[in-house]
Design a protein around this ligand. Structure first.
Ligand code: GLA
Length: 397
């Protein structure tokens, strides 16, 4: 009988364990070290980025998490507990987390489901419960969990193990699944993590498909488009972190940021926050564009039409509003002439309709930050090369 109870106890822990609910009702916003700094992380850098997140207005715009990616790790001690690299993080991770919390921000860290991370640092395999406990003690709020060096592990099981470990450690931690879409996490990860990477690594290139598998903005966008039915509050498709400010043109950065907002993607900046041009800052902190991403309905937008390199995307928003994005994929400017009243926009997945014959909408240009008329007149505009025109429509009642 006693044995049976013990078995039942462990079985129920497995069956009834779940992720921490409600930690990501809108897509998480923050900053991560990888895209700009790679392995070159240190406590000085991370503190500097936390300071800059506040000073630059990013915090005010809604960014919250400061996440150290790969390479913070030092060694496992004789009991198997993980320690940071003592040269890079001499004050320890707890002190760093405290500092970040003292700025009103949240703190994230990175590990890997395999034996080693992608940069050959110690992975969490076999140490999941121990690592979760350590993160909880340090004050971690967000864990990005990678998929390198996992051999024949089953992805769903490996991520469930870490989810259960986090749950057992007791501290609410956003769980960011990063297996690059290899095992279709959208089909099984809704109750495991709060977000899951859908695609290989992003690079700061608008239209690129590299031999090593990494992808440009348009290539990721195309892969993400079919996955909208899987995404929503507390369980987001993640097309990878932002490359705004990392070398593309201002037009391309604006288009990248706009499309990530149309996708209701997590907005994790990946640039040097302490050294931003005015244009980069303006893109990353445009509150009206961010409000499209952070809309409480949490519906991922969809491609409504495409013709000669011009795409029109729609995203249903709360209060019967819509976001519309005209995306120019080509290297030449494109004239748009959009006769609203000839279109009826139907989102059959989320049951939303915009019928411009029966309803007139006010039009707000979200980059120009101006009201520019109504949908009872045709819309004419030029979309520069590799750029967007992004609008919010609100019904006139
Ligand atoms: C993988 C991930 C990246 C980054 C690196 C770190 O490639 O997809 O986002 O975390 O590992 O090594």
């Amino acid at each position: 009988m006693k044995k049976l109870l013990v078995v039942f106890f462990f079985l129920s822990m497995y069956i009834f364990a779940q992720k921490f609910e409600g930690l990501a009702k809108t897509p998480p916003m923050g900053w991560n070290s990888w895209n700009k700094f790679g392995c070159n992380v240190s406590e000085d850098l991370i503190r500097q980025m936390a300071d800059a997140m506040v000073a630059s207005g990013m915090k005010d715009a809604g960014y919250q998490y400061i996440v150290i990616d790969d390479c913070w790790h030092g060694y496992r001690d004789s009991l198997g507990f993980i320690h940071p690299d003592p040269n890079r993080f001499p004050s320890g991770i707890k002190a760093l987390a405290d500092y970040i919390h003292s700025k009103g921000l949240k703190f994230g860290i990175y590990s890997d489901a395999g034996w080693e991370t992608c940069q050959s640092k110690p992975g969490s395999r076999g140490h999941e419960y121990q690592d979760a406990l350590t993160y909880a003690k340090w004050g971690v709020d967000y864990l990005k969990y990678d998929w390198c060096n996992t051999g024949k592990l089953n992805a769903k099981e490996a991520y469930i193990t870490m989810r259960n470990a986090l749950q057992a450690a007791g501290r609410p931690i956003v769980f960011s699944i990063c297996e690059w879409g290899k095992n279709k996490p959208w089909e099984w990860a809704k109750d495991v993590g709060h977000l899951w990477r859908t695609t290989p690594d992003i690079i700061a290139c608008f239209d690129c498909d590299l031999k090593d598998g990494s992808l440009g903005i348009l290539q990721i966008l195309d892969r993400e488009a079919g996955l909208r039915i899987y995404s929503g509050p507390d369980h987001w498709n993640d097309p990878d972190m932002l490359e705004v400010g990392n070398g593309m043109s201002v037009n391309e950065d604006r288009a990248h940021f706009s499309m990530w907002c149309m996708l209701a993607a997590p907005l994790i900046a990946g640039n040097d926050l302490s050294n931003m041009t005015d244009e980069t800052k303006e893109i990353l902190t445009n509150k009206e564009v961010i409000s499209v991403d952070q809309d409480s309905l949490g519906i991922q937008g969809f491609r409504y039409s495409e013709e000669d390199g011009l795409e029109i995307w729609f995203k249903p928003l709360k209060d019967d509003n819509w976001a519309v994005c005209f995306l120019n994929r080509t290297t030449n400017p494109i004239d748009i002439n959009f006769a609203w009243r000839e279109h009826r926009i139907v989102d059959s997945v989320f049951n939303k309709v915009a019928d411009f014959k029966t309803t007139t909408y006010k039009i707000r240009d979200l980059w120009v930050k101006k009201d520019i008329g109504r949908t009872n007149k045709d819309f004419t505009e030029v979309v520069p090369a590799h750029d967007v025109v992004m609008l919010r429509l609100s019904p006139i009642k």
